[in-house]
Write a protein that binds this ligand. Structure first.
Ligand code: SF4
Ligand code: SF4
Length: 243
């Protein structure tokens, strides 16, 4: 499977949130009202104007505080369940770019029920805008098609964010994992064969984020199940449009 991929090495992340801000800037996503929830994580969750969020979790080990940073975003799944869910309502709303593999939503997502799309995503990524359009990370497809790297990768000062040809990112991820395994026996890559955004964590993924790793089966069984689930809804939408 060619195309492009990210490698996100959480051990190098300092939670500076540069990637989060760069994403907002490049996508011209406005600021929104937020509130302090007692955590470094702000806003508290992804939303229609926040496609990338640095999640922050606090824990304790041996009487000392431990912090987990997780720069969350769409994984650009190789077989995206969200695409099937949206296709149950409307055609042509999700493009899977042949060259890069980027999964990109367009304005045809407007009006598709967000709960169904969000529920189909194993990583809980899609969000709705006020105008009803469903949005998420685009892999900065407009930059990548012009020979640039995604904005979040460009600004990352520590090397946590990496982007390039899929085989190169997989090689980089596996080498880094091998280096860390001795010191961190729980070190692992998260669903590397299923996604184009490959995270490396060194502890239980749930300590980073409840949806850090996919718990649902992906692949053909899940795709077929979703098609069956959403076919009646599509028929209903078409019926309303013509009736
Ligand atoms: S991570 Fe979620 S939103 Fe992104 S491509 Fe996969 S299923 Fe779709
Ligand atoms: S820019 Fe890099 S170091 Fe800063 S929060 Fe994002 S991934 Fe972490």
């Amino acid at each position: 499977m060619a195309g492009m991929s990210f490698f996100i090495d959480t051990t190098r992340c300092t939670a500076c949130r540069g990637c989060q801000i760069a994403c907002k800037n490049w996508n011209q996503n406005g600021a929104g009202m937020t509130k302090n929830t007692g955590s470094h994580q702000n806003p508290p969750d992804l939303d229609g104007n926040t496609f990338k969020l640095v999640r922050f979790s606090e824990s304790e080990a041996g009487g000392k505080p431990v912090w987990y940073f997780f720069a969350d975003q769409c994984r650009h799944c190789l077989e995206p369940p969200c695409k099937d869910a949206i296709a149950g309502y409307t055609d042509g709303a999700v493009i899977q770019d042949e060259e890069t593999g980027a999964v990109v939503y367009n304005e045809k997502t407007k009006g598709v029920p967000i709960d169904d799309v969000r529920g189909a995503c194993p990583y809980d990524i899609p969000r709705a805008r006020e105008d009803g359009r469903i949005v998420k990370c685009t892999m900065c497809i407009d930059r990548v098609k012009n020979g640039l790297i995604p904005a979040c990768v460009k600004v990352c000062p520590t090397g946590a964010m990496n982007f390039g040809a899929r085989e190169n990112m997989l090689d980089l991820a596996k080498k880094r994992l091998a280096d860390l395994k001795e010191k961190f026996p729980k070190a692992q890559l998260l669903n590397p064969d299923e996604v184009r955004v490959i995270y490396l964590v060194v502890d239980d993924p749930a300590k980073y984020h409840s949806h850090a790793v996919a718990s649902l089966d992906s692949g053909i069984d899940r795709k077929l199940a979703l098609r069956r689930l959403f076919r009646p809804a599509k028929t209903l939408v078409q019926g309303l449009a013509t009736g």
